[in-house]
Ligand binder design. Structure first.
Ligand SMILES: [Zn+2]
Length: 544
């Protein structure tokens, strides 16, 4: 920017003008303490005087413009800038400079304001993204779906008891951050899943975890069967209890007993989901995430996992006195129908040292030892009582090689679901039920409720892992389980279509909502409708 000001020839004879340097021109406005320092690189007052008598060319781009209360007047004998101002520089120059100064500051203020607004917006977006709300179903609809009277009308108020005279329970291991490929690459885990005692009675499924591949969004999926796109949790930031129906609330509603050991986050998320008076079993945070003594640096949950495992064994060894109908008392150990045993250190070590690091591999080794010990202890109890425990080992997400998760690359989404049930011949199951080509982690919670003989969680988007039903559930119970899954999908789809006023979708698929739809259908017929309703739920979410 070029500023042109008129300078009288008399003024130019004043010689060098006082200022920070000789080729600087300073102006001072006494009213505002506003000082402009012009520093044109080629400005020389004497040259100006000789070349153009009355025009002062100042390249403002090369000048610094600033506010100061400093008055530079080193020699009282020299003409001061304040005394120079009224008659040396034309007012136009000053006003232009002032205007430019104000504009600059105006821009600064506007920029600052925009920045603050952007920050507030980003914080609110961040809050919305990571908030613990369940925003894709209104609380009223969640409550209506959770109403037990609806399910009890056709399901009864008790467990179906999938194997008539035997108590069937599920012990659910969640190993945070475990990748599917660890079943092949980690020697301890591979040794477990290929052990002769394990291999015939187990099923190893490659599951797809939910996006984002973050813990709590997937934890909710693992216990409710709802995807993050439905339950609305997409981050770990805000912890509020799950409002969706879960494997815990469903089993508790028919009088089953449940418990959990693991991270303190679970005790917040599952507040209200766990059997009263059985203790929630949840370990408090025993060590600081970043202060674990086992490793000198990084994020390690090694000692926490040891504590979780101790509490898990406390639960296994716990004794409950139960009164039998004949009046006698009997002591029951590990009196749980559903137990969740969670460990966090595979993820912790992966974050700090990478998924392939020796630290992560040793964390997997530890967890495999915990799982083995848990299976052995519970199987020993099962042998003494009429109880059959189904063990499920899974993970919430993987980790990339350098450590970290959240995205959609294969190693983050591929998680194992290992199911072990003693004497089940699960590996060679002759499955006569409908089979899906791929399994998804939404199917785990849905299947756990089926194995417990209780209604599926009411907001579940999953189906049954049919080989498990086929191998572990008495065929006489299949129709009721599939009918419940059909009714649940029907109610969920209906709630979504109503909530989002998708009347055209509703009329398009009216046959799926007819009162008698599927009541007399066989499992295959029910399953066809379940698949159509699942597709409609996806469609409804996509159109929303
Ligand atoms: Zn996790």
């Amino acid at each position: 920017m070029e500023l042109t000001g008129l300078v009288s020839s008399a003024d130019l004879r004043l010689g060098p003008i006082p200022g920070p340097s000789n080729n600087c021109l300073s102006l001072l406005d006494e009213k505002t303490d506003f000082k402009v320092t012009l520093l044109p690189s080629n400005f020389n007052l004497e040259n100006q005087a000789s070349t153009s008598a009355n025009v002062l060319n100042v390249d403002l781009e090369k000048c610094s413009v600033g506010m100061t209360s400093f008055i530079h007047e080193p020699l009282s004998t020299q003409p001061s800038t304040s005394r120079l101002r009224p008659w040396s520089i034309d007012d136009n120059v000053e006003s232009t400079i002032l205007l430019r100064y104000k504009k600059q500051h105006h821009t600064l203020y506007v920029t600052f304001l925009l920045f603050i607004l952007l920050l507030i917006y980003a914080m609110s977006e961040g809050y919305n993204i990571t908030a613990g709300f369940d925003p894709n179903l209104t609380p009223d609809l969640v409550r209506a779906l959770n109403n037990r009277n609806t399910t009890q009308a056709y399901f009864g108020a008790q467990s179906l008891n999938i194997n008539d005279n035997i108590r069937t329970r599920v012990v659910y291991f969640i190993l945070d951050g475990l990748r599917f490929d660890a079943t092949q690459t980690n020697p301890s885990l591979n040794a477990l899943v290929t052990s002769p005692w394990f291999v015939h009675d187990s099923l190893i499924l490659n599951m797809s975890a939910q996006l984002p591949t973050i813990s709590i969004p997937n934890w909710q999926t693992l216990v409710t069967g709802a995807r993050p796109s439905l339950h609305g949790r997409t981050g770990n930031d805000i912890l509020t209890p799950f409002t969706f129906d879960s494997i815990f609330t469903s089993s508790m509603s028919v009088g089953m007993k449940n418990g959990i050991t693991g991270d303190a986050w679970w005790s917040i998320l599952l507040n209200g989901h766990l059997t009263p008076f059985y203790g929630d079993g949840t370990s408090p945070t025993l060590t600081n995430n970043f202060g674990d003594a086992y490793y000198t640096q990084g994020h390690s949950d090694h000692n926490k996992d040891i504590a979780y495992n101790q509490r898990f064994h406390n639960a296994i060894n716990s004794q409950t006195v139960e009164k039998r109908s004949n009046g006698s008392n009997v002591i029951v150990r590990f009196d749980y129908d559903l137990f969740l045993s969670y460990y966090g250190d595979i993820d912790g070590e992966s974050h700090s040292f990478g998924a392939q690091s020796s630290q992560t591999q040793s964390a997997i080794d530890d967890k495999v030892a915990f799982v083995r010990a848990g299976i052995n202890a519970i199987a020993a109890l099962d042998a003494m009582t009429q109880t059959h425990t189904i063990f499920i080992i899974t993970s919430d997400h993987g980790n990339v090689d350098v450590g970290g998760h959240g995205g959609d690359v294969h190693v983050l989404r591929a998680v194992p679901c290992i199911v072990y049930a003693k004497d089940s011949q699960l590996a060679s199951v002759n499955n006569s039920l409908p089979v899906y080509s791929t399994f998804d982690t939404v199917d785990i919670a849905t299947s756990i409720t089926a194995l417990l003989g209780v209604p599926v969680p009411r907001q579940s988007e999953g189906s049954f892992i049919s080989p498990l039903i086929s191998a572990l559930v008495s065929p006489s119970k299949w129709a009721r389980l599939y009918f419940d899954l059909f009714k649940q999908k029907q109610a969920l789809a209906s709630a979504l279509l109503t909530q989002w006023n998708q009347s055209s979708l509703k009329s398009q698929y009216a046959s799926l909502f007819a009162d008698d739809a599927g009541v007399n259908a066989d499992v295959a017929g029910l399953n066809a409708n379940i698949e159509r309703l699942s597709a409609l739920i996806e469609l409804s979410k996509a159109h929303h």
